[in-house]
Design a protein around this ligand. Structure first.
Ligand code: ATP
Ligand code: MG
Length: 391
């Protein structure tokens, strides 16, 4: 009896010619997520992958539950295709299910079989019936309920027989690498990691850009962003993080431009630098964690003024979400605890007292012309630090 994991992926996206491409990308993602387990073997079957030669270990399941493209998975056992072996495995699975539930009382169950090996001597119905009868005999007190059983014992007969009772939901989405690349403007806050996660979930590879205002922002705030990238890379693979020195730009804007436009001007510079790095990295779009109306720089007018700074499309996946919804998601994906660490962000340093909420793009452009933007941007880009981060 050998431990295996059965992975299910969505066939909906996998029509026609795209199919081999998606399957190959998913396979690469699975291998990457499990690369520390050198002895595993991955076997493909229809709409599924079996990971063989693997331990029954929650660390592995945690990793699998972060692979985009996996709809659900089942820790299973693999045995020879004979009734004795299948019966024994089914007994063990039922015992495990009972232990998970903490009680043997009034347990209801059913057996569900499928058979891709049509030469197996029993059809699916007959196999379920016989294994069900065996379990009833072995465990007096349990009952069959085909409609709403507490436990289902699944049997799949292929080259081998696979038996399991757990169906664990996967993260869903599409395999990373099937939908291009984007540059995420990543602050140390709650929102932008969630925004990056949402886009990556749709198959997009990420590179991250962080603006750092040393000495106003400390090394710890940089470490925090590195940690956020590390958490994200558990889902989407290695992330190249660019840390951009932003102090001089902020000081220049502070000295030369109108106070009430400060945040907007900073945001425009972030966009412009983000765009340059995106192009360098082969990324075609920018991602931000902005959500409509959350702060003055996120009104409709402000977002338009921000967009005006670049020609690259800007994706804002959180645009219609409330803060509580974003916080829930940050908790779910595991970035929240890091995001709320109290280290200051560059945007909290030079904050205008009365920020414009309905800026006019022409006025903002005029204000921006008071600094030598080209020179400032060139200097910042020349001094970026690139850090490769793996999960
Ligand atoms: P977050 O929680 O992501 O920090 P926020 O609600 O604090 O977002 P803002 O501070 O207005 O909102 O920032 C809006 C967006 O601008 C961020 O979501 C992020 O994409 C980008 N951004 C802000 N500060 C930085 C930074 N220091 N480095 C990179 N991107 C930034
Ligand atoms: Mg912020």
């Amino acid at each position: 009896m050998e431990n295996v994991v059965l992975l299910r992926y969505g066939e909906i996206h996998l029509k026609g010619q795209n199919r081999p491409y998606f399957e190959r990308a998913l396979l690469d993602n699975i291998k990457r997520a499990l690369e520390e387990y050198e002895d595993i073997k991955i076997v493909k079957a229809q709409g599924r992958y079996f990971i063989e030669n693997i331990e029954d270990d929650h660390r592995i399941y945690d990793k699998i539950s972060r692979i985009f493209g996996i709809i659900s998975f089942s820790p299973a056992v693999k045995v020879e295709k004979n009734m004795e072996a299948i019966k024994e495995a089914a007994e063990l699975q039922l015992k495990e299910a009972m232990a998970d539930r903490g009680s043997f009382d009034e347990l209801t169950f059913k057996v569900e079989s499928r058979r891709s090996d049509k030469s197996f001597f029993l059809n699916s119905m007959e196999l379920s019936r016989r294994i069900g009868a065996h379990l009833l005999k072995k465990f007096p007190g349990i009952k069959v309920d085909v409609h709403e059983p507490m436990v289902t014992i699944y049997i799949e007969v292929r080259e081998w027989a696979y038996i399991y009772h757990r169906l664990v939901p996967g993260v869903g989405g599409m395999p990373v690498g099937t939908n291009g690349k984007a540059a995420l403007l990543l602050s140390g806050g709650i929102d932008s990691p969630v925004a990056g996660w949402m886009i990556s979930k749709r198959g997009v590879e990420l590179t991250a850009v962080h603006f750092h205002s040393f000495p106003y922002t400390s090394d710890r705030s940089k470490e925090k962003v590195i940690e956020l990238c590390r958490i994200l890379s558990g889902y989407c693979g290695a992330i190249k993080l660019y840390v951009v020195p932003f102090t001089r730009i902020q000081q220049e804007l502070y000295q030369k431009c109108l106070d009430n436009m400060l945040t907007l001007l900073m945001r425009r510079f972030m966009m412009k630098i983000g765009e340059i790095i995106a192009i360098r990295e082969g990324a075609g779009v920018l991602i931000t964690g902005e959500s409509l109306g959350q702060v003055a720089s996120q009104t409709l007018e402000s977002l338009c003024v921000t967009d005006d700074a670049v020609s690259m499309p800007v994706l804002r996946p959180l645009i219609g979400m409330d803060k509580v919804e974003i916080i829930d998601m940050a908790k779910k994906i595991g970035t929240y605890e890091t995001s709320i660490l109290p280290y200051e962000d560059c945007c909290t340093i030079f904050v205008p007292k009365h920020p414009l909420t309905r800026p006019k793009v022409d006025r903002v452009r005029e204000a921006e012309a008071l600094v030598d933007g080209k020179e400032l941007i060139e200097e910042a880009v020349a001094n970026v630090e690139a850090i490769e981060i793996k999960g």
